[in-house]
Design a binder for this molecule. Structure first.
Ligand code: NAP
Ligand code: F7E
Length: 345
């Protein structure tokens, strides 16, 4: 019999790559999407519109992780073998603006799913994956960060995800549910949301190169991140649930770049020259005509920012035989190619 997977957050970046992966592995994939006034299925339309997948293997349900009834009913009806909780208000800066909603979706969302597994007595059938994040490390207590590093979140998003992490462990220990946490560092792709920094930089710099945009406004240029590719990281999620026991795993590349270094790598690939001048809010990136094309805008700074993140995924390498295949240059190349195709359309 085919394995059934249920993905909360199927319309997001990771939901789309994970769906493709699970369909390739011959799963029946169920996904929960929210009702929205404009179309929110762009990342999965290519799967849904494939007549073969739509009829047999790819089924969407309306629901919301802030709504216990829909969560419980969907889980009761499908009785999935694997649940991936990727649903979240996932923007760190936005979490400062909507902290209560972020807690409801990102913290209590995980609890609602775990409660439904327990309430419907699915402990022996259903495994649970929680989408944890390096943002939980916040003000980092060790460098690099591994599974033993203490959390010190610096945003409502990070705090909500710490709750989800611990409630996942709690249900694992209290009720014997196969519930695992992935602690994933930043991962990007052409399908990344437009307001995350990598996508914003690449999209703007491609447009600037072809005269379709004049300037790019950014916040903190000195934050450092450990960036991988979403495709590699979705494979890790699946491997985490195939491991012989529930556990927690760091998923990262072990390499770190600042936002400014990331911009320089993009510029290099696009054969654009950027000369940096000035300091603080007055720091600017100039093109070869001495025109400022990158500037700082205080609106893009957060009340608190995570300055440095660097993951140590030796445990995943050893136990899951997982390691990233796509490095930062390959990631940038793929994202640029995608943007350039869009521009030429
Ligand atoms: P994303 O693109 O923002 O996708 C989030 C998904 O959650 C979307 O499908 C969204 O639906 C859905 N969602 C939001 N609120 C919901 C609610 N109340 N009920 C049901 N669904 C809801 O995020 P992503 O980059 O794919 O990340 C996937 C997960 O991993 C998230 O939980 C994120 O916090 C976590 N994470 C991400 C990273 C990263 O670097 N990408 C790193 C670590 C952890 P709509 O399409 O309708 O908005
Ligand atoms: O910011 C700085 C910003 O929004 C990265 C989410 O997927 O990864 C993501 O969270 C850095 C921060 O990602 C702009 O201050 C400068 O230091 O791309 P980001 P994030 O906050 O790291 C983690 C692992 C998750 O779990 C989250 O769900 O870039 N930055 N200027 C900027 N960031 C944005 N968005 N926009 C700017 O203009």
């Amino acid at each position: 019999m085919k394995k059934k997977a249920l993905i909360f957050g199927i319309t997001g970046q990771d939901g789309s790559y994970l769906s493709e992966l699970l369909l390739k592995k011959n799963y029946e994939v169920h996904g929960v999407k929210r009702r929205s006034s404009s179309i929110n299925t762009n990342r999965i339309d290519h799967i849904y519109q494939d007549p073969y997948q739509k009829k047999r293997n790819f089924i969407l349900h309306y629901g919301d992780v802030t709504d216990s009834t829909s969560v419980s009913q969907i889980i009761k009806k499908i009785k999935p073998n694997e649940i991936y909780n990727l649903a979240a208000q996932s923007h760190v800066a936005v979490s400062f603006e909507v902290p209560e909603y972020t807690a409801n979706a990102d913290a209590l969302g995980a609890l609602r799913i775990l409660e439904a597994i327990k309430f419907h007595n699915l402990q022996k059938i259903t495994k649970f994956y929680q989408a944890g994040t390096s943002e939980m490390f916040g003000k980092v207590q060790a460098i690099p960060q591994n599974e033993k590093t203490d959390f010190y979140p610096l945003s409502p998003y990070g705090v909500a995800k710490v709750y989800a992490h611990w409630i996942t462990r709690n249900y694992r220990e209290a009720y014997n549910i196969f519930a695992s946490n992935g602690i994933l560092f930043n991962h990007e792709s052409p399908r990344r949301g437009e307001t995350f920094v990598t996508k914003k930089i690449i999209s703007a710099m491609c447009r600037i190169k072809f005269g379709k945009q004049k300037k790019l406004f950014l916040g903190n240029l000195y934050a450092k991140r450990d960036w991988g590719h979403a495709k590699d990281y979705c494979l890790a999620m699946w491997k985490i649930l195939q491991y012989k026991k529930p556990d927690d795993f760091i998923i990262a590349t072990g390499k770190q770049y600042s936002i400014k270094q990331f911009i320089n790598l993009v510029a290099e690939k696009l054969k654009m020259q950027i000369i940096w001048k000035g300091k603080g809010l007055n720091e600017k990136g100039y093109n070869n005509k001495k025109e400022p094309i990158i500037e700082c805008d205080k609106n893009y700074f957060r009340p608190l920012d995570v300055n440095t993140l660097l993951g140590d995924s030796s445990k995943a390498k050893k136990l899951l035989k997982w390691k990233p295949k796509i490095n930062i240059k390959m990631l940038i190349e793929e994202m640029i190619e995608f943007e350039l195709k869009n521009i030429s359309k």
